[in-house]
Each structure stands twice: as structure tokens, then as C-alpha cells.
Design a protein around this ligand. Structure first.
Ligand code: FE
Length: 148
């Protein structure tokens, strides 16, 4: 009975809208490393080909490095050659928010964590099928947990 309950809980938990997390900038600074703070809270970009997950091909799940919200699954990760981890889909639609980003002389769509509003990366329309999308995400914004 307990096992069934736990088995039932997991898909439901993954689909649930994550609760909003609001912290002061001082709290984020205390919790995050300087590089994590720069990317997650100030929308900096890690240098291309330097991130710890760019070449990660392990099976597992990627969570928000700031708040732990489930964001991406290894099944949707692909080698885009762009220098950052790339995914063609999010783990759950409600776990990210998309914002128009006109900074740096480009017109892009920014991807943020829906729970804590941290910057994750950008999404482009040049990804593989079935979605045709490429979520180009900073390794710094992610925490990977291998599948067991
Ligand atoms: Fe988050």
C-alpha cells in the first residue's frame, strides 16, 4: 500500500505547479556561489564549452540549482554543438516561464524557473523534432541527479 502511494505520488509531484519561492537578493547571495548568483539572479551566461553538464550523457534529471524544481530530463538532452547543455523539451510546462529578452542587441526568449524566477538560459526554434525547440541552458543553473 505504501509503495503504491509512493509510486502514485511521483508523477503527480512532477506535474504539480511548483510553489513560488521568494528570497531577498541578500539571501540568494548567501545561498549561491558567486558564479551561480551571477547567472541565476543576474542573467549572466557561463562561457561556452565550460559548463559541467554540456557533455553529460548520463541518464537522470536536471533540477533548478537555486530551488530544486524539476526542469529537464536526460531523455530530451541532445548535442547541439552550441557550447551549453541543450534540451528539446522541459520536464513540465509549468516549471518554467518564458520572457521576451531584447538585451545585447538580440531578440531572444529567456527561460526562467517558474518557482524562484531564476535565469536558466534561452529557448530557440532550431531544435530537433518532436518539438523543434532548443532550450540552451547554463550548466550553472542546473543540478543533475543520476537515475538509479
Ligand atoms: Fe528555481
Amino acid at each position: 500500500m505504501k509503495k503504491i502511494f509512493i509510486a502514485l505520488m511521483f508523477p503527480l509531484a512532477a506535474l504539480a505547479v511548483p510553489p513560488k519561492i521568494v528570497k531577498s537578493e541578500a539571501e540568494w547571495k548567501k545561498q549561491l556561489t558567486p558564479q551561480e548568483y551571477a547567472v541565476l539572479r543576474q542573467a549572466a551566461t557561463e562561457p561556452a564549452y565550460t559548463g559541467k553538464y554540456e557533455k553529460n550523457h548520463e541518464k537522470g534529471t536536471y533540477f533548478c540549482a537555486a530551488c530544486g524544481t524539476e526542469l529537464f530530463k536526460s531523455e530530451t538532452k541532445f548535442d547541439s554543438g552550441c557550447g551549453w547543455p541543450a534540451f528539446f523539451a522541459v520536464a513540465a510546462k509549468d516549471h518554467v516561464v518564458l520572457l521576451k529578452d531584447e538585451s545585447h542587441g538580440m531578440s531572444r526568449v529567456e527561460v526562467r524557473c517558474a518557482a524562484c524566477n531564476s535565469h536558466l538560459g534561452h529557448v530557440f526554434e532550431d531544435g530537433p523534432q518532436p518539438t523543434g525547440l532548443r532550450y540552451c541552458i547554463n550548466s550553472v543553473s542546473l543540478k543533475f541527479k543520476p537515475a538509479r
